[in-house]
Design a protein around this ligand. Structure first.
Ligand code: PMP
Length: 433
């Protein structure tokens, strides 16, 4: 093997020579040497069920994607200043999934880059930097995206809220100030406050609004109905632009739609795609309208050394092939419903489960110490994750209080895997009780 180091040695080695602000999952660290479908295999040959990796959308090392990537890598990989048919063809396929006139695509290498570009397009069109985000949002790791990510800048090591940024109340229908599935309009009304603040600063309320269509790091929160419609109406009434970040929830994961924003019945001005589009290969994209694309083409070129290269494009096509041929959107809907029904059954026995929510294979289970006060129970969530880890199930937590079990596995996760996850979670919750 080319990698004989045991896990403890790699951990020590990393600590010496790799950037220091990077964590490693689980108390007992894992050295993973192989991936297959929903399974990750460690250096001892033990397999672990992957219930959280939404990047490897069509499954780890899917043979169709691997073959397409290898074939293209052996043929040609270069930048986009030569003509190559795979790029516009992939743009066509992506545009065909979008509503309205979202038809112009730019390919980049990461969700961060895609959000950076989306912000630049919107800000160029508006002629100002003013931006509204949701509290607790995360949109990327660069300077410009951390600046608009309360999840980062409000925490340890962060900085004060930038003056061009307004932070809207996080529309969490379980824990937030407005409760219930029909709380969307009440949360959307908070945009009036944000846009008034923009107007006080700049003379008018035009701003860029950016939000995930379902919130990932916010704790797997399904936005209450009517939220994005109410927000988009307000933003557009003041001349603003709406960006949907589909990096986590796009490409059929939510089951009943291909894109998360479709659950809210809105059409964004710009859509940001990432993670699943390349199944682990660095690929992301920005989709916008011809009008906004024209306004961004103002003389300054946007060039990206790697974005849109033929290998990335071959991967993007292959991922879409698998989503279609294996009917992964329909599968996500069915498996997600089976999972959520199972968690709701567990909630009848285990009072620590305060809320079960989700759409398709984007699921959150919120753990609380008290159902009345909804006191977050991060320790319980951490223990469940640890017990599952030892039993061969890889899971994770999220949310402002770190008390939400997040489930967003590769989309090839089926009924057998769902039942296994539920059975093991039942064991973990039993150990907790
Ligand atoms: N947006 C969202 C919603 C994300 O979850 C992430 C990554 N966690 C990003 C953007 C940034 O993507 P990347 O890590 O590919 O730069």
């Amino acid at each position: 093997t080319i990698d004989p180091e045991p896990p403890e040695a790699i951990l020590a080695h990393r600590r010496r020579v790799i950037g220091r602000s990077l964590s490693v999952s689980y108390r007992e660290k894992l050295k993973i040497v192989r991936g297959r479908g929903v399974w990750l295999i460690d250096h001892t040959g033990r397999r672990h069920l992957d219930t959280v990796n939404n990047i490897t959308h069509v499954g780890h090392c899917h043979p169709h994607v691997v073959a397409a990537q290898a074939r293209q890598a052996a043929e040609l990989n270069t930048n986009t200043r030569y003509l190559h048919g795979l790029m516009p063809a992939l743009a066509d396929r992506i545009a065909a999934t979008m509503p309205g006139n979202l038809s112009v695509v730019t390919f980049v290498n990461s969700g961060t880059e895609a959000n950076e570009l989306a912000l630049r397009i919107a800000r160029t069109a508006l002629g100002k930097k003013d931006t509204v985000v949701l509290d607790w949002a995360y949109h990327g790791n660069s300077g410009g995206t951390v600046e608009i990510s309360p999840y980062k800048f409000k925490r340890k090591g962060g900085f004060p809220q930038p003056d061009f940024l307004q932070v809207a109340t996080f529309p969490d229908p379980y824990r937030g100030p407005h409760r219930g599935a029909d709380s969307g309009p009440a949360y959307a009304a908070d945009l009036d406050r944000c846009l008034d603040a923009v107007a006080a600063r700049t003379g008018d309320g035009a701003a860029t609004f950016i939000a995930e269509s379902l919130s990932g790091v916010g704790g797997q929160v399904v936005l209450p109905q009517g939220y994005l419609a109410g927000v988009y109406d307000r933003v557009r009434a003041r001349g603003g632009i709406c960006i949907a970040d589909e990096v986590q929830c796009g490409f059929g994961r939510v089951g009943s739609a291909f894109w998360g924003f479709q659950l809210q019945g809105v059409v964004p001005d710009i859509v940001v795609l990432g993670k699943p589009i390349g199944n682990g290969h660095p690929l992301a994209a920005v989709v916008t309208t011809p009008e906004l694309a024209d306004r961004f083409a103002n003389g300054m070129e946007y060039f990206n050394s790697f974005g849109g290269n033929p290998v990335s494009m071959a991967v993007g096509h292959a991922v879409l092939d698998v989503i279609e041929t294996e009917h992964l959107q329909a599968k996500a809907l069915a498996t997600g419903e089976r999972l959520m029904a199972g968690y709701r059954r567990l909630a009848e026995r285990f009072r620590v489960i305060g809320d079960v929510r989700g759409s398709g294979l984007f699921v959150g289970v919120e753990l609380v110490g008290d159902r009345e006060t909804r006191l977050p129970d991060a320790a319980a969530a951490d223990m469940v994750v640890d017990v599952l880890r030892r039993r061969g199930i890889l899971s994770s937590t999220d949310g402002p209080d770190d008390n939400v079990l997040k489930i967003k596995p590769p989309m090839v996760f089926g009924p057998d895997e769902a039942d296994l996850l539920l059975a093991e979670t039942e064991t973990a919750l039993g150990a907790l009780a």
